[in-house]
Write a protein that binds this ligand. Structure first.
Ligand SMILES: [Zn+2]
Length: 312
């Protein structure tokens, strides 16, 4: 998870302007990171998950006088995205929005606060930053000094309960917390004018989605809330961009995982048997991966359905 292979995005020789159907333009460094302008002043950075996991996807929105960044990423990737942002604007980065507390989304906060930005997150994520987030960061400082050495943990300093709107007349971004999904404090960034939704890990596109901090019943409800928005494009926390169908696929995974595990529980199967026997064809079709390989998610849902699945 914390292995990092720095994306090399230095100099113009690696910047290849590529026309993408339906999109304005993209700069691509194959297999590592790709930046696409989705609308005037709105950018999506896709990072690689294969062969090396380098971090989360990110976004940024250029307002009249400042920039909002969506997800801090790991510290080294925070440095990378700041360089990328500087290729698009000289305006100060004022806010970095952490969709949730996980290190691959928030451990780079200090890199942004050092240049004057304020880390923002939902109020329901505060306790995770204070506990697991801090503990994970301290652990990474020991195990990955090349990326974390010398840094101090920077928690968000601006929290919002359900919704925070940033609107200067040119851009409007709504930060929305719908409830417990991938973590208790997940929030998304919704750009209503452009129909763009940056979901963090509340919705990923095919990449492994960790359930250990989740609540799959609530997560399905959160995804249903997202589906009420007139979404044109989903920028997921990991994986490729897509249309609103990505939300439907993420939801279907949890609906069908819960149904399939429950069916096998009802037949009296043990957890080990369930892990061997479970089939979810739609998941294979979506991700190219057999659902059996996501064993920890099967264990988590089994635990939830048999009464032991309280979020850690
Ligand atoms: Zn996460």
């Amino acid at each position: 998870m914390h292995r990092s292979k720095r994306a090399v995005i230095v100099g113009s020789t690696l910047l290849i302007l590529t026309a993408v159907a339906g999109l304005a333009s993209g700069w691509f460094v194959p297999t590592q990171t790709a930046v696409t302008q989705l609308a005037p002043g709105v950018f999506f950075r896709k990072t690689a998950t294969e062969p090396a996991f380098i971090g989360c996807n990110q976004g940024w929105v250029i307002f009249k006088d400042f920039v909002l960044v969506i997800d801090a990423n790991f510290p080294n990737q925070a440095e990378e995205v700041i360089q990328l942002i500087r290729k698009t604007t000289d305006k100060p980065i004022r806010y970095v929005f952490d969709t949730h507390y996980h290190g691959d989304h928030a451990d780079g906060n200090q890199k942004f606060s050092a240049i004057g930005a304020t880390p923002v997150a939902s109020e329901d994520s505060r306790s995770q930053f204070d506990t697991k987030g801090l503990a994970g960061f301290e652990k990474s400082k020991k195990t990955n000094p090349a990326v974390y050495g010398g840094l101090e943990y920077q928690k968000p300093v601006l929290y919002f309960p359900r919704k925070l709107v940033i609107d200067d007349g040119t851009q409007r971004v709504e930060l929305l917390h719908f409830g417990h999904a991938h973590t208790p404090g997940d929030a998304v960034a919704w750009l209503p004018k452009q129909g763009l939704l940056f979901t963090g890990d509340a919705c990923v596109n095919g990449a492994f989605n960790y359930t250990g901090d989740g609540n799959t019943a609530s997560w399905i409800r959160v995804l249903s809330e997202m589906q009420k928005l007139p979404v044109k494009r989903v920028c997921p926390g990991h994986g490729e961009m897509g249309d609103a169908d990505v939300i439907a696929k993420q939801k279907r995974y949890f609906v069908e995982l819960r149904e399939a595990v429950q069916r096998l529980i009802d037949k009296g199967r043990t957890l080990d048997a369930i892990k061997r026997q479970i089939e979810i064809p739609s998941f294979l079709e979506w991700t190219g991966v057999d659902v059996k390989t996501r064993a920890e998610n099967i264990e988590f849902v089994y635990s939830e359905l048999t009464g032991g699945g309280k979020p850690k």
